[in-house]
Write a protein that binds this ligand. Sequence first.
Ligand code: SAH
Ligand code: SF4
Ligand code: F3S
Length: 478
Amino acid sequence: MTLYEEYYKTPSFKRARKRKQGQTPIIDFDRHTTLKNIGKGRTYHLATYGCQGNEADSEAIKGIFESLGFKEAAGEETADVILLNTCVIRANAENRVFGELGRLKQYKRHNPDLLLGICGCMPQDESVMDRLLKDYPYVDIVFGTHNIHRLPEILENAVLNKERVVEVLSDEGSIVEAMPKKRAHPTKAWVNIMFGCDEFCTYCVVPYTRGKERSRSPEAILEEVDALVEEGYKEITLLGQNVNAYGRDFSARDYTFADLLNALNEKPIARVRFTTSHPNDFDDAAIAALAKGGNMMPHIHLPVQSGSNKILKKMNRKYTRESFLTLIGKLKEAIPGVSITTDLIVGFPGEEQEDFEETLSLVKESEFEGAFTFIYSPRKGTPSAKYPDHTPMDAKKERLQTLMELVNEGYKKGHERFVGEVVSVLVDGKSKQDSNMLAGYSPHNKLVHFEGDASLVGRIVDVRIVEAKTWFMKGERL
Ligand code: SAH
Ligand code: SF4
Ligand code: F3S
């Protein structure tokens, strides 16, 4: 049996949980595939749900579609292939996609040749796949996070051979280089530096859906950045579930996240960002690399999840409230004015009112300038799904509301501190609220609106901040 025959149908968390020592296979995408013409005269529509990792995957998926001759459809109504790149991090992420499938089914009535596909993290989840295969027989294509590079063969079987294709690998994963990419933004680019996650926070599906932690070689990353500079990109965001663990899996060399940051600081790219950081792995060398300034942007997204040591322990986050606050102190000292944002979960099993209050006090002490806040969502197959949970949903919703009000004060304060100052803004485009205004981001990752000509889009310009709102700052171009 080949690997694909052995693993191809349904995912298994048991298999996905395995972490073997040893080299990660590196595969080069076959750019000279003989399947180059299968998309001729056909169109695709791709919708993306989930994290930046999925957005970056979608750029590769679009790149592959176009390398096979497919064109992007003007809208879903006219597409020959509709593909949803999905997420299972919380129940609402997956419910949204199930809802979408029901809606998209109607297009099949008008176009019986339409192919409907699902990829990304949903197919990697056992229980979700059970439901998908049982209740959604009209889904024609299913593949996961480990076999995006096989899209040419998958499409060959689905489009030319009219077969239903279900191909999901539950393994620790490989690294695929040289996939074509159709990037979504003309001046800002995602750059994967690592894949997978070995943290196993007790609530989280990612270590099962994305495989083990594996880092791309610094040479491959720096080469990609050189090409981006050449193409005129101004900002890169390094991607990984735990970027601070970069290089930890190299057996033959010693190269860390700090080494990578230092190498990137030498490159002629205006802005370097990264996400996501894990507090437990943020070392002094990385702090020192950021403290050098240059193209290192003074914003760090540092998810803390909870302010209660009891809950942090049950989450397997491996740090304490105290060690987290020490890290915040070091970052603020080394990088004056740094902006720190976070992720927070309320209603984790066993969270009492006093645990929640510790989260509130930690948010105040840390002076976060923004946060993504979530109600805990039990994910089947993760350890915490079995923890006893006595807090009623109403109480969890109330906690979320209280927390969001506090977090919003942080957003506003984070903007107020810039009033009167001049910040540099990488101009993204016209403001969504007011077409006379331009919008872009400051080094601290604050959204800035200002009046200006469309010719400034894609440039970095100086803007004086005149007003602070909760969700953005208003400025005037110098
Ligand atoms: N690797 C990153 C982010 C992963 S997912 C990190 O560790 O920070 C993004 C966020 O989703 C997490 O930070 C967490 O706050 C939230 N999240 C993950 N699983 C969740 C669950 N089961 N219920 C609610 N929120 C969850
Ligand atoms: Fe999930 Fe934790 Fe890994 Fe983040 S670090 S992806 S929360 S297991
Ligand atoms: Fe969702 Fe998968 Fe990202 S579960 S958050 S798309 S890694």
